[in-house]
Design a protein around this ligand. Structure first.
Ligand SMILES: Cc1ncc(C[n+]2csc(CCOP(=O)(O)OP(=O)(O)O)c2C)c(N)n1
Ligand SMILES: [Mg+2]
Length: 635
């Protein structure tokens, strides 16, 4: 294995100590200070020998030749010290991020955290500067969703923080780890309503797992460590940390925190034995997968277990990536407009095992499928947060465990007797429901485009979207094959797809990233198309342009037929929009023209918009606006 050396060089220039990273080879003894570079003229250099094959994810860890994780801390704990052994608070803060494995930071700059921006200057973190804080926070949320480790954003005080709030809300509802750092007025000015001052604890208190402010720079390592643990452990969620601007520039001597690792909570043997007994006694069991804290290994573990006992497996709203759609046990998703046969199957089940999810409004079909608090069928609820167990549904068997830790002992779980799994029939129902696009009014059939994408995109492709009726075709016709393939808000927040796609392409440049957006959805964060251009990210954005806030129009026609208010859109020329930003743009007017347009977009190598001319009548995969209005009028 290639053994490389990283030199952390601390240089005194411009009146400041700066850190530079140099890459070189070194024959010095392993894991010890190198004698080759002690003092260089005008510099203070510290060289550490690292065994380095690759950085894994954003974990900031190195792996040695045996594949063991060797903590990078001996390097990372070498802070940017002057010869007075001091760092600015901002430098301590950025060092903590690196220690906790952060590789990407999303931000809109602000004068309230200039010192932190300056500390980025010397770090090797990848910075993505965004056009609006909502975009930055959603990008960080998408990173948290895809990696299971906190995504990080920096925003300015007051308006910067309120602009970021949709990303905080998504992280909350979607159980995603996120840490947002926000500038704050100087400590001595607080409570005077100084320029852009906000009380973050009051503003974000009900949306976050924890909101705090750092008053004492010496406590930065402690507070950042807690922020990462809080965001990622149990049921993950957002944490907001306020940074008074005068605090950031203090010089301090502080010891760094150790790297954080998410904590797995394992089920006990008694619970697993009870689970085996319940499965053995069931006539019609079904598994439902949802929530966060999953991994490919956990998904594979469920797949093997389900196959052994022919258990049908379904997923909750926008968690389809948790199970391979073509696995013999896959039964479909419990989202908006689910397969009625799946809903019937769940209602007819005598044992439901929910793993990881909360069973919110969407999967419970507006809380109609399961009795509250005690479901009518035997209910097993596996969740990483003790607070969620018993919160709405009182399970017959609650299991406090993360999905990843829960699935490990499934391998050896012996279920007594014959298990009456009906996976084959359930999977056949799923395939029949999703096989062929439904007939639609208009010349562009979104279902047919989803089928083309599922047949032509490689299995590592990622799909990102926000909210709107257009997403119904993704859920129904795209078949997700791999963990992490779908990045979309279970919270139903419009404007998510564009920033999520930017974040995914920053994180995984080698993977194809496709964003599917409605015309309304796209323009809620369409400014981040500029970010895609700025960083040269060849994402393909499909815009389902029906000239409507279609979802709302659908509800209007149902509830107030014919009374159309505030749901019609006059749109820009989307391909010209792409070109004006420096990307590629094309309009598709017929389904048959889509493959060529997609290939043209790919060949351009630029961020691309493919505008799809969708007939406003094609409001869902199964009905039209005219039919909904007619039904509304009959009522
Ligand atoms: C941030 C936000 N604002 C408003 C809504 C309410 N809402 C849900 S769907 C929708 C319309 C979506 O329009 P579009 O993206 O064009 O998709 P379509 O339904 O037309 O396919 C609206 C306004 C929302 N979910 N999120
Ligand atoms: Mg629309």
């Amino acid at each position: 294995m290639d053994v490389a050396v990283e030199l952390g060089l601390h240089e005194h220039t411009g009146g400041k100590w700066r850190r530079r990273f140099l890459k070189d080879r070194c024959d010095g003894p392993l894991d010890e200070h190198c004698t080759a570079c002690q003092w260089l003229p005008g510099t203070h250099a510290v060289c550490y020998r690292l065994r380095r094959s690759e950085f894994v994810g954003n974990a900031g860890q190195v792996y040695n030749a045996a594949g063991e994780s060797a903590a990078l801390n001996h390097f990372l704990e070498t802070p940017m010290r002057g010869n007075d052994n001091m760092r600015t608070a901002a430098e301590v803060l950025i060092d903590q991020l690196r220690i906790h494995g952060v590789r990407h930071v999303f931000c809109v700059p602000g004068e309230s955290y200039l010192a932190a921006l300056d500390a980025f200057y010397d770090s090797d973190l990848a910075i993505t500067v965004c056009r609006q804080e909502g975009g930055a926070a959603m990008m960080a949320e998408a990173v948290g969703k895809a990696t299971g480790r906190p995504g990080v954003c920096f925003v300015t005080r007051g308006p910067g923080s309120t602009n970021a709030s949709p990303g905080i809300h998504i992280a909350r509802q979607d159980s995603t780890p996120l840490v947002m750092f926000v500038g704050q007025v100087a400590r001595e000015m607080r409570e005077r309503e100084a320029f852009q001052e906000l009380d973050y604890r009051a503003v974000f208190g009900s949306m976050t797992k924890w909101t705090t402010e750092i008053d004492d720079p010496a406590r930065i390592p402690e507070i950042v460590s807690r922020a990462f643990h809080t965001a990622a452990n149990g049921r993950p969620g957002p944490v907001v940390v306020g940074l008074p601007e005068d605090m950031l520039i203090e010089r301090i001597a502080a010891s760094d925190a150790p790297a954080f690792t998410p904590i797995e909570t394992s089920p006990g043997p008694a619970e697993m034995a009870k689970l085996a007994q319940l499965l053995g006694a069931a006539r019609a069991p079904i598994l439902i997968l949802g929530g966060s804290r999953w991994s490919q290994a956990a998904s594979d573990g469920v797949a093997r277990f389900a196959q052994k006992y022919a258990l049908p497996v379904c997923t909750t709203f926008r968690r389809q990536h948790l199970f391979d759609a073509l696995h013999l046990c896959y039964a479909g998703d419990l989202g908006i407009g689910p397969n009625p046969k799946l809903v019937d199957r769940i209602k007819g089940a005598d044992l439901v095992v929910l793993i990881g999810g909360r069973m919110g409004e969407m999967p419970s079909q507006s809380y109609t499928v399961f009795d509250i608090p005690r479901p009518q069928m035997t209910f097993v609820h596996v969740h990483p947060s003790i607070e969620e167990l018993g919160r709405v549904y009182s399970a017959h068997l609650p299991i406090h465990a993360t999905p990843t830790a829960f699935t490990a002992p499934l391998e050896h779980l012996k279920v007594p007797g014959t298990v009456h799994g009906q996976a084959e029939a359930a999977h056949a129902d799923y395939l029949a429901w999703t096989e062929k696009p439904t007939e639609q009014p208009g010349a562009v059939n979104l279902g047919a485009i989803m089928v083309w994408l599922r047949d032509n995109l490689p299995s590592d492709a990622m799909l990102c979207n926000g909210a709107g009726n257009f997403a119904a075709w993704i859920h129904r016709f795209f078949r997700f094959r791999r963990f992490g393939q779908h990045v979309a808000p279970t919270s139903g927040s419009m404007g998510y797809g564009v920033p999520a796609a930017v974040a995914m392409k920053r994180l995984y440049p080698e993977r194809p990233v496709v964003c599917i957006a409605g015309d309304g959805d796209f323009l809620m964060n369409g400014q981040e198309f500029a970010t895609a251009v700025q960083y040269g990210l060849p994402i393909i954005f499909l815009i389902a342009d029906n000239g409507l806030y279609g979802t709302i129009r659908m509800h209007q026609e149902r509830e107030y037929p014919g009374r159309v208010v505030a749901s019609t859109l006059r749109n820009p020329d989307f391909p010209a929009y792409a070109r004006a930003f420096g990307g590629f743009g094309v309009s598709v007017e017929r389904t048959a023209d889509f493959p060529a347009a997609f290939k043209e977009a790919q060949a351009s190598g630029d961020p691309s918009i493919i505008r799809l001319a969708i007939d406003p009548e094609a409001i869902t995969p199964v009905t039209t606006l005219a039919k909904i209005r007619a039904q509304g009028l009959r009522r």
